[in-house]
Write a protein that binds this ligand. Structure first.
Ligand SMILES: Cc1cc2nc3c(=O)[nH]c(=O)nc-3n(C[C@H](O)[C@H](O)[C@H](O)COP(=O)(O)OP(=O)(O)OC[C@H]3O[C@@H](n4cnc5c(N)ncnc54)[C@H](O)[C@@H]3O)c2cc1C
Length: 223
């Protein structure tokens, strides 16, 4: 029997681990099967018997044995609270990785990368840095409080800057856009922006005005 073509792109994976990072954020680790990907790509993730899926950036590195995503439960959201209630051994539906929010391999050695994220928008950058630890990078992470600096010890000291808007326990008190306005901007770097639309729109405007060329500005909007 020929299976419907959509099934060719779906894998049913066992959940291997759930890492609680905060009261509302967690990392799901599940079987990867034969799904290869380029760091920066995302998957659609579902739960068997539920039609809806949601997109999540891949958090783990290209060569990890398993695949991980970083999810924050959205209050009143339909799927993210359901993912938060899963337990190890349950199954998830994983669609084939897609997306172009990736790094041009020709630039890995020669360019400086500035990764700008809000909240879980740090996920693709975690994957990129874990996959290519030798790249020249810095991360600006916009979060409300320092507890949302998800697994910051995974990044090289001094390269990760937590911009906290609601407490002073980060590296900079204020939003990432405040940081950009108060610090010099490297106009030769390549900028990747990921997270909520308002942050991306504002940061994009600041960077473009400072002289960063549009071809060196890449964005992935979550919501
Ligand atoms: C390419 C892509 C990659 C994504 N990667 C991630 C990821 O790595 N981690 C992650 O947690 N989410 C990610 N998202 C968002 C994710 O797909 C879902 O939208 C999110 O989990 C909410 O789903 P839900 O079913 O719980 O809420 P829904 O019932 O679908 O929506 C409820 C409302 O919540 C809003 N919303 C969505 N995300 C957030 C948020 N983080 N904070 C506040 N409000 C929100 C929606 O705009 C909507 O208005 C990504 C989205 C896209 C398009």
């Amino acid at each position: 029997m020929i299976k419907p073509s959509v099934e060719k792109n779906v894998r049913i994976s066992n959940l291997i681990d759930i890492r609680k990072l905060t009261n509302s954020a967690f990392v799901l680790r599940f079987e990867k099967h034969d799904l290869s990907f380029t760091a920066g790509q995302h998957i659609a993730l579902g739960i068997p018997d539920i039609i809806d899926t949601r997109e999540y950036s891949i958090y783990s590195a290209e060569n990890d044995e398993a695949m991980e995503v970083l999810i924050k439960e959205v209050e009143e959201g339909f799927m993210s609270p359901k993912f938060g209630k899963l337990v190890v051994g349950q199954k998830v539906k994983v669609m084939k990785p897609v997306g172009y929010f990736t790094i041009n391999k020709d630039y890995l050695q020669s360019k400086r990368f500035v990764f700008i994220a809000s909240g879980t928008g740090i996920a693709p950058f975690h994957s990129i840095i874990k996959s290519y630890p030798d790249i020249n990078y810095s991360i600006l992470h916009g979060i409300r409080t320092s507890e949302e600096a998800y697994e910051r010890n995974e990044y090289t000291a001094g390269k990760y800057i937590a911009c906290t808007s609601r407490d002073k326990n980060g590296d900079f008190h204020g939003r990432v856009t405040d940081y950009l306005q108060q610090n010099s901007i490297d106009t030769q770097a390549i900028y990747y922006l990921c997270g909520n639309y308002e942050m991306i729109d504002e940061a994009y405007g600041i960077l473009e005005k400072a002289g960063v060329k549009p071809e060196n500005l890449k964005a992935e909007v979550y919501f």
